[in-house]
Design a protein around this ligand. Structure first.
Ligand code: NAD
Length: 298
């Protein structure tokens, strides 16, 4: 079993760190939030007094942070001066491909092994240990990371060299973001055309309109298996995170000179939905969307 530093114990990281501890790893956990540290400690992780401590004398360091800037900063200020050469660095955050590549390049120049390993699955899967990991990095680093990641997920897939995990993640979520909006639009139109939503669900879920957005995460309350729509849109994969991933996809497409008009539109629509970013405005927007889907006045 390995000694693992875990930095970033938020909605996703805390459950992941606890699953590593449950699998028998010695997890030295750190977060800026005392409440997050309490929860990780309660789940069997060792509470670290500082980020530096969680990076010292460990076999591997996992980061699960909000964005690329946080990852680059933790690497520079915490990992670089404290971790021993040869330490395996695993970044599970969702970040832009360019930062993932530059962080990995610097890490390798400093004698570390590094993989980017973003996840699909959300908070429930992080807690249940059923995430899918998309991993980018050299084969030797992947071989070392695989058994650690396997303790937190149901699938660990090597996508290619450094940055390939992030590339796979944003392309996957580009499908999700576009498909979810198309699903909302189809449910709205079906209603306006006089179709019963349950009857339409029965038809589309067994026809070529079937998708994960429709049959696993249906955006209309009372239709399909339980989803955040049935809990007044609480919990689950937040619209703000979807917007973050769509922005990353559109920016990556610009860098790669790829034409992605549907994703660009999904990005604009998602931004419009969460634009006045107060919780109240967000709640009003989701209610309005729901009302629009159900046939009320949007
Ligand atoms: P979160 O905001 O809940 O957690 C991030 C944590 O990082 C916070 O607890 C914060 O205190 C901590 N943190 C920030 N800077 C730090 C620092 N310098 N040192 C130590 N801790 C620091 O976010 P989350 O929902 O757990 O998401 C984490 C990552 O996973 C993001 O990149 C997100 O895009 C990705 N992701 C999230 C989901 C989801 O459903 N929430 C799904 C897939 C991927």
């Amino acid at each position: 079993m390995a000694r693992i530093g875990f930095i970033g114990l938020g909605n996703m990281g805390c459950g992941m760190a606890i699953n590593l501890a449950k699998a028998g790893h010695d997890v030295v956990a750190f977060d800026l939030s005392a409440a997050a540290l309490d929860r990780a400690e309660g789940g069997g992780c060792r509470r670290s007094g500082s980020a530096q401590e969680s990076a010292t004398q460990v076999d591997a360091i996992i980061t699960m942070l909000p964005a690329g800037g946080h990852v680059a900063q933790v690497h520079e200020q915490t990992i670089a001066g404290n971790a021993a050469p040869g330490t395996l660095l695993i970044d599970c955050s969702t970040i832009d491909v360019a930062t993932a590549k530059s962080v990995a390049e610097l890490a390798e120049a400093r004698g570390f092994a590094m993989v980017d390993a973003p996840v699909s699955g959300g908070i429930a899967a992080a807690n249940a240990g059923t995430l899918t990991f998309m991993v980018g990095g050299p084969g030797a680093a992947f071989q070392r990371a695989e058994p650690i990641l396997a303790a937190m997920g149901k699938a660990v897939i090597h996508a290619g060299g450094s940055g390939a995990g992030q590339a796979a993640k944003i392309c996957n979520n580009m499908i999700l973001g576009s498909q979810m909006i198309a699903t909302c639009e189809a449910l709205l139109l079906a209603r306006r055309l006089g179709l019963d939503p349950l009857r339409f669900y029965d038809i589309a879920s067994q026809s070529s309109g079937q998708s994960w957005s429709l049959t696993s995460y249906c955006p209309l309350p009372g239709v399909g298996p339980e989803s955040p729509a049935d809990r007044n849109y609480e919990g689950g994969f937040a619209a703000g995170l979807m917007l973050k991933d769509l922005k990353l996809a559109v920016a990556a497409a610009q860098d790669a000179n790829a034409s992605v008009p549907i994703a660009a539109n999904a990005n604009v629509l998602s931004r419009r939905m969460i634009a006045p970013s107060t919780a109240a405005a967000h709640a009003a927007t989701t209610k309005a969307n729901n009302s629009a889907i159900q046939g009320g006045t949007p």
